[in-house]
Ligand binder design. Structure first.
Ligand code: CA
Length: 400
Protein backbone atom coordinates (compact mmCIF):
# COMPACT_ATOMS: atom_id res chain seq x y z
CA UNK A 1 0.00 0.00 0.00
CA UNK A 2 0.89 3.65 -0.15
CA UNK A 3 2.58 3.56 3.23
CA UNK A 4 5.34 1.53 1.67
CA UNK A 5 6.14 4.22 -0.83
CA UNK A 6 8.57 6.15 1.27
CA UNK A 7 10.04 2.97 2.62
CA UNK A 8 10.67 1.51 -0.77
CA UNK A 9 11.58 4.64 -2.65
CA UNK A 10 13.89 5.97 0.01
CA UNK A 11 15.82 3.33 1.89
CA UNK A 12 18.09 4.65 4.64
CA UNK A 13 21.00 2.87 2.96
CA UNK A 14 20.36 4.94 -0.12
CA UNK A 15 20.64 8.29 1.57
CA UNK A 16 23.48 10.44 0.39
CA UNK A 17 25.97 11.54 3.03
CA UNK A 18 24.62 15.08 3.18
CA UNK A 19 21.15 13.81 3.77
CA UNK A 20 22.32 11.32 6.39
CA UNK A 21 23.90 14.17 8.25
CA UNK A 22 20.78 16.26 8.02
CA UNK A 23 18.51 13.45 9.13
CA UNK A 24 20.73 12.19 11.91
CA UNK A 25 20.23 15.49 13.71
CA UNK A 26 16.51 14.99 13.54
CA UNK A 27 16.35 11.41 14.63
CA UNK A 28 18.90 9.97 16.99
CA UNK A 29 16.77 7.46 18.80
CA UNK A 30 17.21 3.82 18.03
CA UNK A 31 15.27 0.97 19.55
CA UNK A 32 17.39 -2.16 19.72
CA UNK A 33 14.86 -4.18 21.76
CA UNK A 34 12.02 -5.95 20.02
CA UNK A 35 8.60 -4.25 20.22
CA UNK A 36 7.34 -7.00 22.50
CA UNK A 37 9.88 -6.01 25.16
CA UNK A 38 9.37 -2.30 24.60
CA UNK A 39 5.65 -2.72 25.12
CA UNK A 40 6.31 -3.71 28.71
CA UNK A 41 8.86 -0.99 29.39
CA UNK A 42 7.86 2.25 27.75
CA UNK A 43 4.75 4.44 27.86
CA UNK A 44 2.10 4.25 25.18
CA UNK A 45 3.20 7.27 23.17
CA UNK A 46 6.84 6.20 23.16
CA UNK A 47 5.75 2.74 22.09
CA UNK A 48 3.95 4.27 19.10
CA UNK A 49 7.05 6.12 17.94
CA UNK A 50 9.23 3.07 18.55
CA UNK A 51 6.78 0.99 16.51
CA UNK A 52 6.79 3.59 13.77
CA UNK A 53 10.58 3.39 13.78
CA UNK A 54 10.58 -0.37 13.51
CA UNK A 55 8.01 -0.63 10.76
CA UNK A 56 9.20 2.32 8.70
CA UNK A 57 12.29 4.24 9.65
CA UNK A 58 12.05 6.73 6.82
CA UNK A 59 8.39 7.41 7.49
CA UNK A 60 9.24 7.95 11.17
CA UNK A 61 11.67 10.69 10.17
CA UNK A 62 9.19 12.32 7.80
CA UNK A 63 6.40 12.28 10.40
CA UNK A 64 8.64 13.82 13.00
CA UNK A 65 9.19 16.71 10.63
CA UNK A 66 5.50 17.57 10.64
CA UNK A 67 4.40 20.58 12.68
CA UNK A 68 3.21 20.19 16.30
CA UNK A 69 0.28 17.99 17.18
CA UNK A 70 -0.01 16.68 13.63
CA UNK A 71 2.86 14.35 14.50
CA UNK A 72 0.84 12.24 16.96
CA UNK A 73 -2.24 12.27 14.72
CA UNK A 74 -0.34 11.11 11.62
CA UNK A 75 1.66 8.60 13.69
CA UNK A 76 -1.54 6.97 15.00
CA UNK A 77 -3.12 7.15 11.53
CA UNK A 78 -0.08 5.37 10.10
CA UNK A 79 -0.03 2.65 12.79
CA UNK A 80 -3.76 1.95 12.53
CA UNK A 81 -3.51 1.60 8.74
CA UNK A 82 -0.37 -0.49 9.13
CA UNK A 83 -2.30 -2.83 11.40
CA UNK A 84 -5.10 -3.07 8.87
CA UNK A 85 -2.68 -3.62 6.00
CA UNK A 86 -0.83 -6.41 7.75
CA UNK A 87 -4.14 -8.19 8.28
CA UNK A 88 -4.87 -7.78 4.54
CA UNK A 89 -1.44 -9.14 3.64
CA UNK A 90 -1.48 -12.12 6.05
CA UNK A 91 -2.32 -15.05 3.79
CA UNK A 92 -2.61 -17.49 6.70
CA UNK A 93 -5.81 -16.05 8.16
CA UNK A 94 -8.90 -18.02 7.10
CA UNK A 95 -10.99 -15.86 4.75
CA UNK A 96 -14.04 -15.55 7.02
CA UNK A 97 -11.93 -14.40 9.94
CA UNK A 98 -9.99 -12.01 7.74
CA UNK A 99 -13.12 -10.38 6.34
CA UNK A 100 -14.46 -9.94 9.87
CA UNK A 101 -11.19 -8.35 11.04
CA UNK A 102 -10.94 -6.03 8.03
CA UNK A 103 -14.53 -4.83 8.26
CA UNK A 104 -14.42 -4.24 12.01
CA UNK A 105 -10.86 -3.06 12.52
CA UNK A 106 -12.00 0.55 12.79
CA UNK A 107 -13.99 -0.39 15.90
CA UNK A 108 -11.32 -2.65 17.42
CA UNK A 109 -8.75 0.11 17.11
CA UNK A 110 -10.92 2.33 19.34
CA UNK A 111 -11.61 -0.38 21.94
CA UNK A 112 -9.49 0.15 25.09
CA UNK A 113 -7.17 -2.83 25.65
CA UNK A 114 -7.73 -4.40 22.22
CA UNK A 115 -4.96 -6.45 20.63
CA UNK A 116 -4.58 -9.61 18.58
CA UNK A 117 -1.81 -12.20 18.53
CA UNK A 118 -0.41 -14.36 15.74
CA UNK A 119 -1.62 -11.97 13.07
CA UNK A 120 0.37 -10.05 10.46
CA UNK A 121 2.68 -10.89 7.59
CA UNK A 122 5.96 -9.70 9.14
CA UNK A 123 7.42 -10.15 12.62
CA UNK A 124 7.39 -6.41 13.48
CA UNK A 125 3.80 -6.12 12.30
CA UNK A 126 2.81 -9.14 14.39
CA UNK A 127 4.35 -7.58 17.47
CA UNK A 128 2.64 -4.29 16.71
CA UNK A 129 -0.76 -6.01 16.61
CA UNK A 130 0.10 -8.04 19.71
CA UNK A 131 0.54 -4.81 21.72
CA UNK A 132 -2.01 -2.79 19.82
CA UNK A 133 -3.69 -1.63 23.05
CA UNK A 134 -0.86 0.89 23.35
CA UNK A 135 -1.75 2.41 19.97
CA UNK A 136 -5.44 2.40 20.97
CA UNK A 137 -4.64 4.34 24.10
CA UNK A 138 -2.81 7.13 22.20
CA UNK A 139 -5.53 7.10 19.54
CA UNK A 140 -8.20 7.67 22.24
CA UNK A 141 -6.27 10.67 23.54
CA UNK A 142 -6.26 12.45 20.16
CA UNK A 143 -8.75 15.29 19.81
CA UNK A 144 -12.18 14.24 18.47
CA UNK A 145 -11.71 15.87 15.05
CA UNK A 146 -8.62 13.73 14.42
CA UNK A 147 -10.30 10.58 15.73
CA UNK A 148 -13.26 11.11 13.43
CA UNK A 149 -11.05 11.31 10.35
CA UNK A 150 -9.00 8.22 11.26
CA UNK A 151 -12.08 6.18 12.19
CA UNK A 152 -13.90 7.08 8.99
CA UNK A 153 -10.94 6.30 6.72
CA UNK A 154 -10.10 3.03 8.52
CA UNK A 155 -13.71 1.91 8.15
CA UNK A 156 -13.83 2.65 4.42
CA UNK A 157 -10.41 1.11 3.77
CA UNK A 158 -11.23 -2.04 5.73
CA UNK A 159 -14.44 -2.55 3.78
CA UNK A 160 -12.66 -1.92 0.49
CA UNK A 161 -9.89 -4.40 1.34
CA UNK A 162 -12.51 -6.97 2.31
CA UNK A 163 -14.31 -6.47 -1.03
CA UNK A 164 -11.06 -7.04 -2.88
CA UNK A 165 -9.96 -9.99 -0.74
CA UNK A 166 -12.22 -12.15 -2.89
CA UNK A 167 -11.77 -10.63 -6.32
CA UNK A 168 -9.01 -9.65 -8.71
CA UNK A 169 -8.19 -6.30 -10.20
CA UNK A 170 -9.53 -6.80 -13.71
CA UNK A 171 -10.85 -3.61 -15.27
CA UNK A 172 -9.25 -0.20 -15.06
CA UNK A 173 -12.27 0.78 -12.93
CA UNK A 174 -11.30 -1.99 -10.45
CA UNK A 175 -7.73 -0.71 -10.54
CA UNK A 176 -8.82 2.84 -9.71
CA UNK A 177 -11.16 1.60 -7.01
CA UNK A 178 -8.58 -0.66 -5.34
CA UNK A 179 -6.02 2.16 -5.45
CA UNK A 180 -8.66 4.47 -3.97
CA UNK A 181 -9.18 2.11 -1.03
CA UNK A 182 -5.54 1.50 -0.20
CA UNK A 183 -4.02 4.87 -1.19
CA UNK A 184 -6.56 7.49 -2.26
CA UNK A 185 -8.18 7.22 1.17
CA UNK A 186 -4.81 7.90 2.79
CA UNK A 187 -4.62 11.15 0.80
CA UNK A 188 -8.18 12.05 1.79
CA UNK A 189 -7.50 11.20 5.45
CA UNK A 190 -4.30 13.22 5.56
CA UNK A 191 -6.20 16.22 4.12
CA UNK A 192 -8.75 15.79 6.90
CA UNK A 193 -6.01 15.75 9.54
CA UNK A 194 -4.29 18.79 7.99
CA UNK A 195 -7.57 20.74 8.02
CA UNK A 196 -8.37 19.61 11.57
CA UNK A 197 -4.95 20.80 12.74
CA UNK A 198 -5.61 24.34 11.53
CA UNK A 199 -2.24 24.36 9.75
CA UNK A 200 -4.16 24.08 6.48
CA UNK A 201 -7.45 25.55 5.30
CA UNK A 202 -10.73 23.89 6.29
CA UNK A 203 -11.49 23.73 2.56
CA UNK A 204 -8.67 21.26 1.91
CA UNK A 205 -10.49 18.26 3.34
CA UNK A 206 -13.49 18.90 1.11
CA UNK A 207 -11.48 18.45 -2.07
CA UNK A 208 -11.56 14.71 -2.10
CA UNK A 209 -10.95 14.18 -5.80
CA UNK A 210 -7.55 15.82 -5.86
CA UNK A 211 -6.57 14.26 -2.52
CA UNK A 212 -7.52 10.87 -3.98
CA UNK A 213 -5.32 11.57 -7.02
CA UNK A 214 -2.36 12.23 -4.70
CA UNK A 215 -2.68 8.67 -3.43
CA UNK A 216 -3.41 7.15 -6.83
CA UNK A 217 -0.29 8.61 -8.42
CA UNK A 218 1.91 7.10 -5.69
CA UNK A 219 0.15 3.76 -5.58
CA UNK A 220 0.10 3.26 -9.34
CA UNK A 221 3.76 4.24 -9.62
CA UNK A 222 4.58 1.55 -7.07
CA UNK A 223 2.41 -1.05 -8.73
CA UNK A 224 3.88 -0.44 -12.20
CA UNK A 225 7.46 -0.33 -10.92
CA UNK A 226 7.10 -3.44 -8.74
CA UNK A 227 6.03 -5.81 -11.55
CA UNK A 228 9.08 -8.04 -11.14
CA UNK A 229 9.07 -8.16 -7.35
CA UNK A 230 5.34 -8.89 -7.25
CA UNK A 231 5.36 -11.54 -9.96
CA UNK A 232 8.27 -13.31 -8.23
CA UNK A 233 6.29 -13.45 -4.98
CA UNK A 234 3.16 -14.62 -6.76
CA UNK A 235 1.19 -11.37 -6.51
CA UNK A 236 -0.22 -9.25 -9.29
CA UNK A 237 -1.75 -5.80 -9.27
CA UNK A 238 -1.55 -4.88 -12.95
CA UNK A 239 -5.13 -4.56 -14.30
CA UNK A 240 -6.00 -7.33 -16.69
CA UNK A 241 -7.88 -4.95 -18.98
CA UNK A 242 -4.56 -3.29 -19.82
CA UNK A 243 -2.05 -6.15 -19.72
CA UNK A 244 -4.28 -8.48 -21.72
CA UNK A 245 -4.02 -6.07 -24.70
CA UNK A 246 -0.40 -7.07 -25.16
CA UNK A 247 0.07 -10.63 -23.83
CA UNK A 248 -1.75 -13.87 -23.06
CA UNK A 249 -0.42 -14.15 -19.53
CA UNK A 250 1.00 -11.54 -17.15
CA UNK A 251 4.08 -13.74 -16.60
CA UNK A 252 4.87 -13.56 -20.31
CA UNK A 253 6.29 -10.09 -19.91
CA UNK A 254 9.22 -11.23 -17.82
CA UNK A 255 10.26 -13.66 -20.55
CA UNK A 256 10.35 -10.94 -23.22
CA UNK A 257 11.49 -7.75 -21.49
CA UNK A 258 12.66 -6.09 -24.69
CA UNK A 259 9.67 -6.95 -26.87
CA UNK A 260 7.51 -4.27 -28.45
CA UNK A 261 4.46 -5.64 -26.63
CA UNK A 262 6.06 -5.65 -23.19
CA UNK A 263 7.21 -2.07 -23.54
CA UNK A 264 3.85 -0.98 -24.98
CA UNK A 265 2.09 -2.43 -21.93
CA UNK A 266 4.49 -0.76 -19.53
CA UNK A 267 4.10 2.57 -21.32
CA UNK A 268 0.33 2.19 -21.26
CA UNK A 269 0.41 1.80 -17.47
CA UNK A 270 2.78 4.75 -17.03
CA UNK A 271 0.42 6.84 -19.19
CA UNK A 272 -2.47 5.74 -17.00
CA UNK A 273 -0.62 6.95 -13.90
CA UNK A 274 0.26 10.29 -15.52
CA UNK A 275 -3.40 11.31 -15.68
CA UNK A 276 -3.27 12.06 -11.95
CA UNK A 277 -0.40 14.54 -12.03
CA UNK A 278 -2.43 17.71 -12.83
CA UNK A 279 -4.67 17.02 -9.80
CA UNK A 280 -1.60 16.59 -7.62
CA UNK A 281 -0.31 19.96 -8.78
CA UNK A 282 -3.72 21.50 -7.98
CA UNK A 283 -3.50 19.95 -4.51
CA UNK A 284 0.03 21.10 -3.81
CA UNK A 285 -0.89 24.63 -4.87
CA UNK A 286 -3.20 24.82 -1.85
CA UNK A 287 -0.79 23.66 0.81
CA UNK A 288 0.35 26.55 2.98
CA UNK A 289 2.54 25.23 5.77
CA UNK A 290 6.12 24.60 4.54
CA UNK A 291 6.50 21.41 6.57
CA UNK A 292 3.20 19.99 5.37
CA UNK A 293 4.24 20.97 1.86
CA UNK A 294 7.46 18.96 2.05
CA UNK A 295 5.66 16.00 3.60
CA UNK A 296 3.26 15.87 0.64
CA UNK A 297 5.56 16.99 -2.17
CA UNK A 298 8.54 14.70 -1.68
CA UNK A 299 6.72 11.42 -2.41
CA UNK A 300 5.05 13.05 -5.43
CA UNK A 301 8.29 14.21 -6.95
CA UNK A 302 9.87 10.81 -6.27
CA UNK A 303 6.96 9.17 -8.07
CA UNK A 304 7.37 11.42 -11.09
CA UNK A 305 11.12 10.68 -11.17
CA UNK A 306 10.29 6.97 -11.01
CA UNK A 307 7.78 7.18 -13.87
CA UNK A 308 10.35 8.99 -16.03
CA UNK A 309 12.84 6.25 -15.24
CA UNK A 310 10.61 3.24 -15.86
CA UNK A 311 8.91 4.47 -19.04
CA UNK A 312 9.99 2.24 -21.94
CA UNK A 313 12.53 0.58 -19.63
CA UNK A 314 12.87 -3.22 -20.14
CA UNK A 315 14.61 -3.54 -16.75
CA UNK A 316 11.17 -3.28 -15.08
CA UNK A 317 10.60 -6.87 -16.30
CA UNK A 318 13.80 -8.30 -14.88
CA UNK A 319 14.72 -6.40 -11.72
CA UNK A 320 13.61 -3.77 -9.19
CA UNK A 321 14.18 -0.42 -10.85
CA UNK A 322 14.94 2.40 -8.44
CA UNK A 323 15.87 6.00 -9.00
CA UNK A 324 19.53 6.85 -8.34
CA UNK A 325 20.44 7.41 -4.68
CA UNK A 326 21.95 10.79 -5.40
CA UNK A 327 18.80 11.90 -7.19
CA UNK A 328 16.57 10.67 -4.36
CA UNK A 329 18.68 12.59 -1.85
CA UNK A 330 18.59 15.73 -3.98
CA UNK A 331 14.81 15.56 -4.35
CA UNK A 332 14.42 15.14 -0.60
CA UNK A 333 16.64 18.07 0.19
CA UNK A 334 15.59 20.47 -2.53
CA UNK A 335 11.81 20.05 -2.83
CA UNK A 336 10.80 22.82 -0.47
CA UNK A 337 8.14 24.95 -2.15
CA UNK A 338 5.93 25.20 -5.19
CA UNK A 339 8.73 26.65 -7.27
CA UNK A 340 11.16 23.80 -6.63
CA UNK A 341 8.37 21.23 -7.01
CA UNK A 342 7.48 22.74 -10.39
CA UNK A 343 11.12 22.71 -11.39
CA UNK A 344 11.48 18.97 -10.77
CA UNK A 345 8.08 18.05 -12.21
CA UNK A 346 8.90 19.95 -15.38
CA UNK A 347 12.29 18.32 -15.59
CA UNK A 348 10.83 14.79 -15.41
CA UNK A 349 8.00 15.67 -17.80
CA UNK A 350 10.55 16.77 -20.41
CA UNK A 351 12.59 13.66 -19.74
CA UNK A 352 9.47 11.61 -20.54
CA UNK A 353 8.83 13.67 -23.68
CA UNK A 354 12.30 12.89 -24.96
CA UNK A 355 11.63 9.18 -24.48
CA UNK A 356 8.39 9.21 -26.53
CA UNK A 357 8.34 7.10 -29.67
CA UNK A 358 5.62 7.68 -32.32
CA UNK A 359 5.54 3.91 -32.91
CA UNK A 360 4.21 3.30 -29.38
CA UNK A 361 0.45 2.51 -29.54
CA UNK A 362 -0.32 5.04 -26.80
CA UNK A 363 2.05 7.70 -28.10
CA UNK A 364 -0.64 10.34 -28.68
CA UNK A 365 -2.29 9.83 -25.30
CA UNK A 366 1.03 9.95 -23.45
CA UNK A 367 2.00 13.11 -25.30
CA UNK A 368 -1.34 14.73 -24.54
CA UNK A 369 -1.01 13.92 -20.82
CA UNK A 370 2.52 15.29 -20.67
CA UNK A 371 1.35 18.53 -22.31
CA UNK A 372 -1.46 18.73 -19.80
CA UNK A 373 1.10 18.49 -16.98
CA UNK A 374 3.16 21.33 -18.44
CA UNK A 375 -0.03 23.40 -18.72
CA UNK A 376 -0.91 22.68 -15.08
CA UNK A 377 2.59 23.75 -13.99
CA UNK A 378 2.31 26.94 -16.06
CA UNK A 379 -1.05 27.74 -14.48
CA UNK A 380 0.50 27.68 -11.00
CA UNK A 381 3.21 30.05 -12.21
CA UNK A 382 0.60 32.53 -13.42
CA UNK A 383 -1.15 32.37 -10.07
CA UNK A 384 2.23 33.01 -8.51
CA UNK A 385 3.11 36.06 -10.59
CA UNK A 386 -0.11 38.04 -10.53
CA UNK A 387 -0.15 40.06 -7.34
CA UNK A 388 -3.54 40.07 -5.63
CA UNK A 389 -5.37 43.28 -4.73
CA UNK A 390 -3.55 45.59 -7.08
CA UNK A 391 -5.43 48.13 -9.12
CA UNK A 392 -3.75 47.15 -12.34
CA UNK A 393 -4.69 43.50 -11.96
CA UNK A 394 -6.58 43.48 -15.22
CA UNK A 395 -3.68 44.86 -17.19
CA UNK A 396 -1.41 42.30 -15.60
CA UNK A 397 -3.60 39.38 -16.44
CA UNK A 398 -3.79 40.54 -20.03
CA UNK A 399 -0.03 40.31 -20.13
CA UNK A 400 -0.25 36.65 -19.31
CA1 CA B 1 -1.64 -4.76 1.46
Amino acid sequence: MILDLLTTVIKPSEFGSVLKLKLSGLQNKTYPQPLRELAANVNDREFCYAALHKVSRSFAVVIQNLPGELQDAVCVFYLVLRGLDSIEDDMNIPLEKKLHLLRNFHQFSLQPGWNISNTGDKEDYRQLLESFQKVVSVYLRLKPSYRMVIDNITKQMGHGMADFAEKKVQTTADYDLYCHYVAGLVGIGLSGLFSASGFESALLEQQKTIANSMGLLLQKTNIVRDYFEDIESGRTFWPEQIWSCYAEKLEDYKHFPESKESLACLNHLVTDALQHVPDCIAYMKQIQHPKVFRFCAIPQVMAMATLAKIYNNPDVFRTNVKIRKGLAARLMLETNDLESLNYFLEKFTYKLMRKLNPADPNYLMTKKRLHRIIEAIDETKMRYTIAPDTTDNIEQSVLF
